[in-house]
Design a protein around this ligand. Structure first.
Ligand code: NAP
Length: 428
């Protein structure tokens, strides 16, 4: 058998530990598939003494993680995390040293992917990040390779397992957000600081990477409009269910002459759509190609095993010498595309208001919608009482988003409203 692919591993936490265990268990099979063994040579983390659930004394320990770039290895695998800091320093040094780089770090790729892709091309080495989007699901490979012949019109999906776990539990048990979040944290499905997950930032990182690969545009994380699920009530989920929908946090991207559209937002998904049936911490991505049609990728979006599976798949590609440009085309060929104006988009909306229980409130909401040119398809007031307020939910007919925004602007400051309205888009 030919020379092993020598690896330096930065980060020995959930994913790093998974990579060691996977290579230990499936090493012989992987060597046959890759044509050569994949061998970890050196490792680094913060605490040398921590129990890793695997014997790490057989590897060289390196105190300064960024020094791994200087080791006698072919590839550095970065599983530390963080958009900047040691992960980014290690990436830059590794590529500058002419070594391959594999990472699961969506934050870093979303922020610095274009620069790193350019550095990898200049050095003629691999930059791979399958595990950065949707964990174990081979969606990057699917788009880069399997669907490479297609013009992709739209890519969208459930990109954050924590949010999907919370929403599907709220749906199944009729419980409110804060209550389910606390349980998700106790079960390890949500971080102690859940902001990145529940405010849609993690999904926005992943969406910007997917959009770049799908459309051949430069990654544009700063242009993703992101909002999360904090303001979704159990009552919204019940109203959606009564109307034939489930609430899911979706990342949606498309591109046209009007620009690149990227949004992470809670949506109403029709129960007839496959994404409505994705529950728990599972992720799912839909890509629509002009020849292949609709592709659905679904599976575990996180966890040590699935994420390690994606990391090692990247290593196998490199061991075979099969890798191309990180974003599916040379970084110089990726188009810089301006963000699309969301006001120009047409669709149906769900808007829920918390209102004072008094005469004339419904007429005020209806008038604001009428004056903005939005017609109402249905209006539901169930008398549900939250903090002394009544909840009123409307579903609009198809309308430009600019018009719905204008209607909400007209209602801003109204004495009839006791809280911020929640606007969710309906996936058609
Ligand atoms: N967990 C998942 O399911 C999952 C899924 C997809 C992608 N990812 C991505 O994979 C990466 C790793 O995630 P993880 O869940 O494995 O994280 P984790 O369990 O927190 O592990 C992080 C590792 O990095 C080490 N580390 C942290 N700060 C460091 C520093 N300043 N210098 C050197 N080492 C440092 C830690 O060392 P100590 O152990 O010594 O503290 C630990 O071994 C992240 O980019 C994450 O977004 C994770």
């Amino acid at each position: 058998m030919t020379q092993p692919l020598r690896i330096a591993l930065a980060g020995l936490g959930t994913v790093g530990g998974g990579v060691i265990r996977l290579l230990d268990e499936n090493g012989a099979l992987i060597a046959r598939r890759a044509g050569r063994p994949i061998e970890i040579v050196a490792v680094s983390a913060r605490d040398r003494g921590k129990d890793r659930g695997a014997d790490i004394s057989r590897f060289e320990w390196v105190d300064d993680t960024t020094e791994l770039a200087a080791r006698e290895v072919d590839v550095v695998v970065e599983l530390v995390g963080g958009s900047d800091g040691p992960a980014l320093t290690l990436a830059r040094r590794t590529l500058a040293a002419g070594k391959g780089f594999v990472t699961a770090n969506k934050a870093m790729i979303a922020h610095h992917g274009l620069e790193l892709a350019g550095a990898a091309e200049q050095a003629g080495v691999a930059l791979k990040f399958e595990a950065a989007v949707a964990g174990g699901i081979p969606v990057i490979k699917g788009l880069r390779e399997g669907a490479a012949a297609n013009e992709i019109g739209r890519v969208y999906g459930i990109l954050n397992g924590t949010c999907n776990f919370i929403l599907s539990k709220m749906e199944a048990e009729g419980r409110d957000f804060a209550d389910v979040l606390a349980e998700a944290q106790a079960l390890g499905y949500a971080e102690a600081d859940p902001t990145f997950d529940i405010d849609g930032i993690d999904a926005a990182h992943k969406l910007s990477i997917l959009a770049s690969i799908a459309f051949g545009t430069q990654p544009a994380f700063a242009d993703v409009q992101a909002s999360g699920i904090r303001h979704v009530l159990a009552a919204d989920i019940a109203e959606a269910a009564a109307l034939g929908y489930r609430v899911r946090l979706l990342g949606v991207a498309d591109h046209s002459a009007g620009g690149l559209f990227q949004r992470v937002h809670p949506h109403l998904v029709p129960v007839s759509h496959p994404l409505a049936h994705v529950t728990g911490a599972t992720n799912a991505v839909v890509a629509e190609g002009n020849y292949v049609g609709r592709l659905l990728f679904q599976g575990a979006g996180a966890g040590d095993g699935p994420t390690a599976s994606a990391v090692v798949a990247d290593l196998i590609d490199i061991a075979r010498g099969e890798f191309g440009p990180a974003f599916a085309m040379p970084s110089s060929a990726l188009a810089a595309q301006a963000p699309a104006d969301p006001g120009e988009r047409h669709g149906r909306s769900y808007v829920r208001f918390a209102v004072a229980d008094k005469v004339g409130v419904l007429a005020e909401i209806a008038a604001a919608m009428r004056d903005a040119g939005v017609s109402i398809e249905s209006l539901i007031q169930r008398g549900a009482n939250v903090d002394g307020s009544v909840l009123v939910a409307i579903v609009t007919h198809e309308a430009p988003e600019r018009a719905v925004a204008q209607a909400l602007e007209r209602l801003r400051g109204s004495q009839s409203l006791t809280g911020q309205p929640l606007w969710m888009h309906i996936l058609e």
